[in-house]
Structure formats: C-alpha cells, structure tokens
Design a protein around this ligand. Structure first.
Ligand code: PLP
Length: 432
C-alpha cells in the first residue's frame, strides 16, 4: 500500500468509490493521456468520468482560467458577473428550450436537486417523481432518493415518492428481446399503468437520462422519451432530461441526448454538468421562464456561476464547437464501436458492445451468460496494465464504460481498442 493510499484510508470514507487494487495517483495530463506518480503514461478512455470533454490541459481553457483567476476568482451571484451571463447566453441558445433561463450550480447532483425543486414547486407541491429503473441522478438526499440503481442508492429514504418505470435498460426479462417499436409500446403501456395507480396531479415530473451513464451506457430506442412525453402532457407532468453525461455532443449524432427523441420538441427542464468546464465544477439547470421563475423566494448559489469556472466553460465550449468535436465523436466513436465489436466477436465473456458516439458500453458475462461484475473488475485491472484507463458501471457492475475526451483521434481509438482486446483476452482465459 502506498503512503498516500494509507493516508486516504485513514481520513476518507470507506464508501468513497476508488478504482484498482493498487489505487492510481494521477499527476498530470495532456491531450488524451494522463501520467501516474511513477511516470507511467495511460491512454484515458474515461476522461475523469466524462469531465475532460475536449482534452487534458487544453491550452485555451488553462489560459482562460489563469487570466480570470488573476482578475477575480469569485464574486457570488449577488453581483453582476460577465462570464456567467455570457455562458448562460451560450447554453440557453444551445439548449433548444424557448426563452431559456439558466441557473448555475457546481455539480450534476445540485442541478438535479434544483430541477426537482422547480418541478415540485411549479406543480404546486406535487411530491411524486417518475424515474427510470437503473437510473442515477446524484448523491444528495433527494437525488439518491430517486435513483433507481440500488448500487448507487444506499438509502431507501427519499423526500419524494418515486415511481419507477421501464425504459432505461432492457434487462434480461420479457423486455429484452422486443423489437424497438414493441419495446416503446410496452414502456408506454407501463407508464400509463403506473399513472393509473396513482394520482397524476401529485406527480411533478419524469426525470430520465437519455443514455444511462452509471447504469452501463444503455440507450433506449430513439423516440421513447417523445412517446412518454405525449402521455405526460395529458396530465401536465414535466419532463426533466438529465444530460449530465449525454450533453455537449458526447453521443455524436446529437448535441443533447434528448434530440434522439425530439418528436415533439425539447424537455421542460434540462440538467447539465460534467464536461462543460473540462474538469472545472459547473452544473446547471435550464428551463423556460414559466418554470424557472416559479420560485417565490430570494435565492443565491454561493459558488454556482463562479467566474473562473464560467471562463473555463466559455473557452471549452468555444473550442468544442469550433473544432466540431461532436462530429469527431460520431466518426471516431462509430469506428471504435465497430473495431471493438470485431475484436471481441470471438470472446464469449463479451456479451454486448453498445453505445452512441464516444459513450460506449462493453457488457461482460460469466460462461453461463449471467452478468459478470468479476470480469469487469479484472478487465479494469488488465486494461490498466496495458496502459489504458476505462470506467465500470451497469446494473450488476458488469459493464465497462468507455468515454474518452471528444478529441480522440482515429489512431488513438485503434491503439485503445488493441489494448482493450488484449485485456479482455486475459479476462476470457480467467473466467472460462
Ligand atoms: N446525473 C447523472 C446522469 C450522472 O451521471 C451524475 C454523475 O455521475 C450525476 C447526475 C451527478 O453529478 P455530480 O457527480 O456532478 O454531482
């Protein structure tokens, strides 16, 4: 055990998730690579849990942060703040929500908390929330309380009553083999059934990740959320799209995950975080004026909209759009999925390679076909030994999560696929 690990164990909570048998200390990064304290270099296929959206140590972002820090680090939302207004204008116009207003927070958790506060207030105290099974929405009291994935929801307590509906993950039951159109029909029937068993007037909103992140990068068929929307509208229930992982072009085809479901327009509320600051803590919620302005109280966020983070967001977003990293995610992500499917076709431990853009899940199974968290754990270790960092998730902890910075090159995608293939071959030899 390294000295730092021993000190970590002594003062940090045991439940704080930490990867690897010998946990890794990262000291610096550049582009798509990071280095550990021993000087070993890794190709980063997890991007700090999707926070390093463009690239590590992107000079444009570093310069913007240094310049802003040299002027004023913090002023609070009680004063006018130019970078905050500029980033809000940018995010509002990108959001697709008419006359959008943006409230900045410092994390995805707080963004979802704010969305729940707005939705329940707008719906006059309605205290029920619809969420998808296998979902994840944060780690505050309210967001843990509505999270559907029990591995990430350590408490059964919730200030809101949550009703879980199908649609996030097919699982291994009767929904698994349904063709897309029938799956959508079954999920809509399930939603109607759940609503029929409660008082719809008490339901404030449906919150959904367009692609489940922690849940293992599983996406419902395009159009599902639009079909849900039709039903929600009949009851005046709001739709919150949790874009904490899916925003900013990560899914390749679209700038936001909700756009794969567009049908009848944008969600009522959209939450974001992770990649916008390229690692600086920015989260937020976007909504039209009617919903956003329903709170009847003074409110500030001490650190939300902090000028240094806003400067990072502005520089990062400008780079992302100027260099069409969404298009890059589509092209390189498409190639990477194909390459991984071909490389793992002969490995029964790999049950499925799925994903959109640079959000790719690799689901692992035991020889009897059951979900294998053990194989995912081994794959993480072996990939690291090959020089590749990936993430882990899924309902049974049995999916690898691949989400590199969106500037990934084709050569790096090839190199990473080879390293992952080598790691999975070792896993295969061990689990069979
Ligand atoms: N929502 C989703 C979909 C997430 O994946 C996460 C974090 O992984 C959150 C919310 C919470 O964000 P944060 O960790 O920034 O609080």
């Amino acid at each position: 055990m390294t000295d730092l690990y021993a000190r970590h164990r002594a003062v940090l909570p045991e439940w704080l998730a930490l990867y690897y048998r010998d946990p890794l200390e990262l000291t610096h990064g550049e582009g798509r690579h990071v280095w550990d304290a021993e000087g070993r270099r890794y190709l980063d296929f997890f991007g700090g849990i999707l926070t390093t959206m463009t690239a590590h140590a992107l000079p444009e972002v570093t310069k913007a942060v240094a310049e802003q820090a040299g002027r004023i680090i913090h002023s609070s939302t009680l004063y006018l703040n130019r970078p905050m207004v500029e980033l809000a204008e940018r995010v509002a116009s990108l959001s697709g929500i008419p006359e959008a207003r943006v409230f900045f927070t410092t994390s995805g958790t707080e963004a979802n908390d704010a969305a729940l506060l707005l939705a329940t207030t707008y719906r006059k105290g309605a205290n029920q929330i619809l969420a998808l099974r296998n979902s994840y929405h944060g780690r505050s009291f309210s967001t843990v309380g509505i999270t559907g994935n029990s591995a990430w929801s350590p408490t059964g307590l919730s200030p809101l009553q949550t009703l879980y509906v199908h649609g996030g993950i097919r699982g291994r039951g009767p929904y698994e083999a349904l063709p897309d159109a029938e799956f959508i029909e079954a999920c809509v029937a399930d939603l109607r059934d759940v609503l029929a068993q409660t008082r719809a007037a008490s339901v404030a909103a449906l919150i959904a990740e367009p692609v489940q992140g922690v849940g293992g990068f599983t996406a419902p068929p395009d159009g599902l959320l639009a079909a849900f929307r039709e039903v929600l509208r009949e009851h005046g229930i709001l739709w919150i799209s949790d874009e904490v992982q899916t925003g900013w072009g990560r899914t390749g085809e679209h700038f936001w995950g909700w756009q794969a479901h567009a049908g009848n327009g944008p969600p009522d509320l959209l939450t974001f975080a992770k990649g916008i600051g390229n690692g600086m803590s920015i989260g937020g919620v976007v909504a039209g004026p009617e919903v956003m302005n329903c709170l009847d109280a003074n409110s500030i966020s001490t650190f939300g909209g902090s000028p240094v983070t806003m400067a990072a967001g502005l520089a990062n977003l400008a780079y992302l759009i100027e260099h069409d990293l969404q298009g890059n995610a589509r092209r390189v992500g498409g190639l990477l999925i194909e390459r991984l499917r071909a490389a793992t076709a002969g490995l029964p431990v790999v049950r499925e390679v799925r994903g959109r853009g640079l959000m790719i899940g690799v689901e692992l199974a035991e020889p009897d076909g059951s979900p294998s968290g053990r194989a995912a754990g081994l794959a993480l270790e072996y990939a690291r030994e090959e020089g590749l960092l990936v993430g882990k998730g899924g309902r049974e902890g049995n999916a690898l999560r691949i989400a590199p910075p969106l500037s990934l090159s084709i050569a790096e995608a090839e190199e990473g696929a080879e390293m992952l293939e080598a790691a999975l071959q070792r896993v295969q030899a061990e689990v069979s």
